[in-house]
Structures are given as structure tokens and as C-alpha cells.
Ligand binder design. Structure first.
Ligand SMILES: [Zn+2]
Length: 247
């Protein structure tokens, strides 16, 4: 595929022996692609990604895969702190929730699928490790958000999806509750990969992690409330992760 080289100075070496097994999807959250490219290549900004894909499908390579780009910030997934170490970061041009969040065009997603195909040939990306910035930093980040088509990625073989019926909004547990149900939500989110406490409390952190889970796997209704639809899907995704781990 045609990739335009646009070198960013913002990278360093991965820890020696690192196996790249994770892909993190972002949106740029800026008004234009040009502004995002400038920032990702500005040494004083100290941020970068490996790739950026514009809405028309134009793809830029900013940092070589073998180096560590700086896209995750404070982050955690499946017990790994600093997700930058072993991940590829991909920025998708989109104004984001701050400047007019909108659907990701087909041309952009088609190019992303091409890129993921290439990446999967070079690196053993784990099925449960195709994730969004909000999954690894749920208290701070909302990208790529509920309009990102994770279902399309999973259908192409990149990441997990659940076909369980997530339509019920009947509340099972809510904010500030302390119960064994909340304990099992924390356990299941932890099994999927989220950094949650082993606790019985439905605190702000659990609410953020649940919102991130919903934006990824139950995007029709992102509430931060634990309802029946979310329960069915969370249970299914956690089960899929366990089954993959046994293989
Ligand atoms: Zn991001």
C-alpha cells in the first residue's frame, strides 16, 4: 500500500526484547489533518504515533514500527503499564468529541484495514489487544469513541466482538453502590484487560472503565451504567478472552 513518509522526532527505543503484540487506535481530536500532523511531528509536543490516516484514506508513517512512539501516555492494559512499550499507535483524523465528532468515512476505514493486514504480517498482535486509547486510559480519554466501527475490524479478523443482544438498558448496578455484583463487574473488566480495582465499590473509576467498554463493545448506548445489555456482552467478551488464553 502507498504510505507517505513524514518523519516525527518523537520516539525512543522499545525495551530490548519487546514483542509488539498490541494495536492502539486513536482519533486526532483536532480540527484539521494538517494541524494534527504538525503536532505529531513537533519535537516540543513530545507526542507521536506510528501512523496517521486521513479521512480520504491517505496514510502517513511517522515512526518506524521498531521504535516506540509516544501515543498512550499514562496507560495500562492486561497488567502492562505504559502501553507504548509493545504497541503500534494509529491516529485517525477526526475532530473528536471536542470539535465535532463524526463518523469515520469508508475510505479511512478501508485504508486502516489494509494497514492492519500489513501490521499483522509483521507482528503477532493478540486478538484481545486491538484496543482504543479509552480502553487503556479510561479516566482521561474518549478516543476513538462510539462511532469507531470495531465490529467491522473484528469481521476482518482484527479484535473481538460479541453477537449477544445488548439492547436492554435495565439497570443492574449503578454509581456509588457497594455489592458483590459490583465486585464481579470489576473482575470481568479486569479479565478483559481494563485496569480496575479488585473491589466491591462502583466508583468513578469503574464508571469510566464501563463507559470505555460500552464505547468499544456496546456503542449503541454509552452510559457508564451497568445494565442487562452490557452484562451479556461483558460476560461474552471476558469468556472469549479466557478461551483464547487456553489455546
Ligand atoms: Zn488518543
Amino acid at each position: 500500500m502507498n504510505i507517505i513518509q513524514r518523519v516525527s522526532p518523537n520516539w525512543d527505543a522499545r525495551p530490548s526484547g519487546t514483542i509488539v503484540d498490541t494495536v492502539v487506535i486513536h482519533y486526532t481530536g483536532m480540527q484539521t489533518a494538517a494541524a494534527a500532523l504538525d503536532r505529531l511531528c513537533d519535537a516540543s509536543a513530545k507526542v507521536s504515533s506510528h501512523y496517521l490516516i486521513d479521512e480520504d484514506g491517505t496514510c502517513y508513517a511517522l515512526v518506524p514500527d521498531e521504535n516506540r512512539a509516544w501515543h498512550s501516555g499514562v496507560s495500562s492494559w492486561r497488567g502492562v503499564e505504559n502501553v507504548n512499550h509493545a504497541s503500534i499507535g494509529i491516529e485517525l483524523v477526526n475532530p473528536g468529541h471536542e470539535f465535532g465528532y463524526r463518523a469515520f468515512p469508508d475510505a479511512q476505514i478501508d485504508r486502516l484495514l489494509d494497514l492492519l493486514t500489513e501490521i499483522a504480517k509483521r507482528h503477532p498482535i493478540k486478538p484481545g489487544n486491538y484496543i482504543g486509547h479509552s480502553d487503556i486510559a479510561p479516566d482521561r480519554k474518549r478516543d476513538p469513541g462510539e462511532l469507531f466501527p470495531w465490529v467491522q475490524l473484528a469481521a476482518a479478523g482484527f479484535g473481538l466482538w460479541s453477537d449477544k443482544d445488548g439492547s436492554s438498558n435495565k439497570i443492574i448496578a449503578k454509581r456509588d453502590e457497594i455489592s458483590s455484583a459490583c465486585g464481579s463487574i470489576n473482575k470481568q473488566l479486569g479479565a478483559v484487560g481494563y485496569a480496575v480495582a479488585d473491589s466491591l465499590v462502583y466508583d468513578r473509576h469503574l464508571e469510566c472503565a464501563l463507559s470505555a467498554f460500552q464505547a468499544h463493545w456496546r456503542p449503541s448506548s454509552v452510559t457508564g451504567c451497568f445494565d442487562e445489555g452490557t452484562a451479556l456482552i461483558l460476560n461474552d467478551i471476558a469468556l472469549q478472552i479466557v478461551q483464547i488464553g487456553k489455546k
